[in-house]
Design a protein around this ligand. Structure first.
Ligand SMILES: C[S@@+](CC[C@H](N)C(=O)[O-])C[C@H]1O[C@@H](n2cnc3c(N)ncnc32)[C@H](O)[C@@H]1O
Length: 189
């Protein structure tokens, strides 16, 4: 009996150590990826998410992308707003991807989460694109969007703007993590 209890204790503690190790590895890999791509996983505050989804004025049948989807909060809110959209998220960081899967599971909504670099992916069939990236990514994405996007595609960016392009609308959102209002930008390509 004592041998059984000892063996069980050893087995359970091995599982805990293994799970902890997996978590540390996922965290490390996420950190390395974020350093490599230059954009950390920083989720958009919920009040800003709602303002971005409002700016999108979603219609049934829209194909909605989040490039660097994080924990999929934008896609889930978009689905809540209009359930007949197709939601696609690109995300490289494993921790963010794990949280996205969990959020989607708990919400009951479906989105196609792809662990791929969105810079190498075709986005020509997008109707709406959400972004929360960096000034450098905005510079990289502008020529890609010029090549690929169809006329009228809506691009909604949190905080960062495109050079040489005027936004159609600018939203101002006050939230508790910043003293000044955050800006959201709607571009029509
Ligand atoms: C600032 S977070 C925004 C997350 C989410 N869109 C939001 O607003 O809550 C940016 C995310 O983009 C991801 N990312 C950065 N470069 C990427 C790339 N080239 N391909 C896919 N994901 C990328 C990062 O891992 C990070 O999770």
């Amino acid at each position: 009996m004592t041998a059984f209890v000892t063996a069980l204790g050893f087995f359970l503690s091995s599982i805990v150590v293994l799970l902890l190790l997996c978590f540390v590895l996922i965290l490390l890999f996420t950190l390395l990826l974020n350093i490599w791509c230059g954009v950390p996983f920083v989720p958009t505050p919920h009040v800003v998410v709602r303002s971005m989804v409002d700016l999108a004025r979603l219609k049934p049948g829209d194909r909605v992308f989040d490039l660097g989807a994080g924990d999929a909060r934008l896609l889930v809110t978009a689905k809540k707003n209009e359930k007949n959209i197709e939601a696609i998220g690109y995300e490289l960081a494993p921790l963010a991807l794990l949280l996205a899967k969990l959020r989607l599971f708990l919400s009951g909504y479906r989105a196609d989460m792809r662990m791929k670099n969105f810079l190498s992916e075709d986005v020509s069939d997008a109707d709406v694109i959400f972004l929360y990236l960096s000034p450098e990514y905005m510079v990289k994405l502008a020529p890609k969007f010029n090549r690929e996007l169809k006329k009228g595609t809506k691009v909604i960016s949190h905080a960062f703007t495109f050079k040489d392009r005027e936004p159609q609308e600018v939203g101002l959102v006050q939230h508790r993590f910043s003293r000044r209002p955050t800006k959201t930008y709607l571009y029509i390509w």
